[in-house]
Each structure stands twice: as C-alpha cells, then as structure tokens.
Write a protein of this length. Structure first.
Length: 284
C-alpha cells in the first residue's frame, strides 16, 4: 500500500482532535457519541464520567444496553452483538439521527469506541473514531462540558445489519487465514484465566496483544508500526477475537487503516470456551 492510499484508508476510519476542532469551528461537525466504558468498572462508570465532563454536544451511548445484545446463550459470548431493533431503539432513545455522520470516542484503554465503530458500521452508518479519544481532545486544548446533554427521543430508523465481515465458531474453526487473538499474552498462553470458563486459546491462533495498538498518548500508531505489530502475510484473510468481542475491534480498526478488512469473531474466547466441544490450545 502506498503512503497516499494508507493515509486515505486511515482518514476513512479516524478523525484527529485538530480535525474535529476545525469541523466544529466550520459548523460541520458530526454527531458526537461518548461511549466510555470499562470492563471491570462499575456499571454506571461510563455515564458518571460523561456527566463529569464530555465533548461539547456529545450524547452518551451505553455499550452494555445499546451496543450489546442480551447475554442469553453462553456460546454467543459475554457481549453478543445487538440485533437491528435493539440498536435502532437505543440510538433513537438517545436522540441520535442515524442519517447523519457520527463520531464516537472513549478514552485510551477502553476499546468501547472500536466496538461502537464496528457495530454502527455493520449497520451501514457513517461513523468514524476520534483518534486518542477524550484524552487527545483535551491535550489539543479542547474544552469539555459537564452534565447531561439529552435530546428528545426520535422515532427509530430501521437498520440493516451485515455490512462488515464476521464469522461464527464453525467458520472460525475452518478459517483459511490468520486468526489473531488480542488478549494479554498470559491469557493467550493459558497461564491465567480470570473471567472465562477455560484457559488457553483457539488452536492455530497467533497473539497480537491489543495493548500495543494504541500509543502513549492514546492515538493509533503510525502505519509502519501497525504493519509491524500485525505482522500479516500478504493477501491472507484475517480474523480477530478477544475475550468477549470488544477489544478485538481496536485491532480491526488498525487493520482497516491499512486497507485490510479483518473479520470479527463476535463471541470471542468467552463464547468458544463455553462450548466443551471446542478445543483449547495452551502455550505460545
């Protein structure tokens, strides 16, 4: 990929804090969605952070209730994808006009913006991610506002899912390409398993820890660094998974900025390890 095409691919996914400031000044900013969330934090931590300070005009969207479906079947994982009706209703309730361009943000280490980007793109919506999230915004001198920014609920607009590539467990077991596990190395090797039913990883997967896929300032690393981190054979299909289908989307975003369309396995290890018929591999 040439430098020009790589920059174009990156611009289709990311918006920098400086770019957003220019858009706001010109009155052409997209709808801002604050999706801050932490896997191990209190359920209301994201909304509490939003109320304490968010980008001007941003609406809060909850990952657990809008960007995730009911966890009714263990093999679908801890954070199954929402269906079209649940997603449309949640966005409409937040006053979000899905016919307009959207920009999602979180904070470094959350990965909720990646999940939001993937879910909304899969629904065919025009959405990008604020590179570096609220941290980059503040570092660039961006102001915050406190309290709730609530708009009247809208009538849900029908959404159609299936615009991005995903694979189920059978498809992943037969996947003819590179399968990437983005969890921490010790979980990949099966030395520890703090959350899911079994330790280990999907046989044949390679480990590319998601912690490497954001720089010290929270932004995505440059294309050369990402290519080195991904270390992918040329013209090889790529599938990605994590613990429950959230942090894997950060690596899918990284691949997208390089012009590579990676496939998501939404149930991830939480779904795979819940099926006793699925094998687990230990070690590196």
């Amino acid at each position: 990929m040439t430098q020009t095409s790589s920059l174009a691919a990156r611009a289709r996914v990311l918006v920098s804090a400086a770019e957003l400031q220019s858009m706001l000044a010109a009155g052409v900013a997209p709808h801002l969605l604050d999706v801050r969330w932490q896997l191990t934090g209190p359920r209301e931590a994201g909304r509490a952070a939003y109320r304490a300070g968010h980008l001007p005009g941003a609406r809060f969207v909850d990952l657990e209730t809008v960007l995730t479906g009911p966890a009714a079947q263990p093999t679908l994982g801890r954070h199954p994808l929402p269906d079209a009706q649940r997603l449309a209703a949640g966005l409409a309730a937040a006053g979000i006009d899905t016919r307009q361009p959207l920009l999602v943000y979180d904070e470094p280490g959350s990965f909720a913006a990646g999940r939001a980007w993937w879910v909304l793109r899969d629904a065919g919506l025009d959405v990008r991610v604020l590179d570096g999230g609220i941290t980059a915004w503040q570092a660039a001198g961006g102001a915050l506002e406190a309290g709730d920014h609530e708009l009247p609920a809208l009538e849900p607009v029908a959404l159609s899912l299936g615009h991005l590539a995903q694979v189920d467990a059978d498809g992943l077991a037969a996947f003819d390409g590179t399968v990437i596990d983005v969890r921490a190395p010790q979980r990949f090797r099966g030395e520890v398993e703090p959350i899911d039913p079994r330790a280990g990883h999907i046989p044949g997967a390679v480990n590319r820890p998601v912690s490497g896929f954001f720089a010290a300032d929270g932004t995505l690393p440059d294309p050369d660094a990402l290519s080195e981190l991904l270390d992918l054979p040329a013209d090889t299909p790529v599938a990605v998974y994590c613990g429950s289908g959230v942090s894997a989307t950060q690596v899918i975003i990284a691949a997208a900025t390089l012009g590579v369309e990676a496939t998501l396995y939404p149930p991830s290890w939480s779904g795979w390890s819940s099926d006793p018929g699925r094998p687990a591999e230990l070690g590196a």
